[in-house]
Design a protein around this ligand. Structure first.
Ligand SMILES: [Zn+2]
Length: 66
């Protein structure tokens, strides 16, 4: 399971917690899946969605690392 991103396009910045909102979504293309985030980060394509989700988890855990 993964979270479906909401289709809202709200131009206002969110200030929950006062930090940059990171919304990671998993995109699938063919047999590949890759994670991308609202902050502009994205992971390389993975052959499994689980792997892409792990990329997403790692990004959320350490957004500055990538
Ligand atoms: Zn991010």
């Amino acid at each position: 399971m993964y979270t479906e991103p909401s289709a809202q396009a709200d131009p206002r910045e969110e200030h929950e917690g006062g930090s940059t909102p990171h919304r990671v979504q998993i995109s699938e293309r063919g047999s590949f899946a890759h994670a991308s985030c609202d902050c502009g980060w994205f992971a390389p394509g993975r052959r499994s969605r689980d792997r892409a989700r792990r990329d997403a988890d790692e990004h959320l855990a350490a957004p500055e690392a990538a």
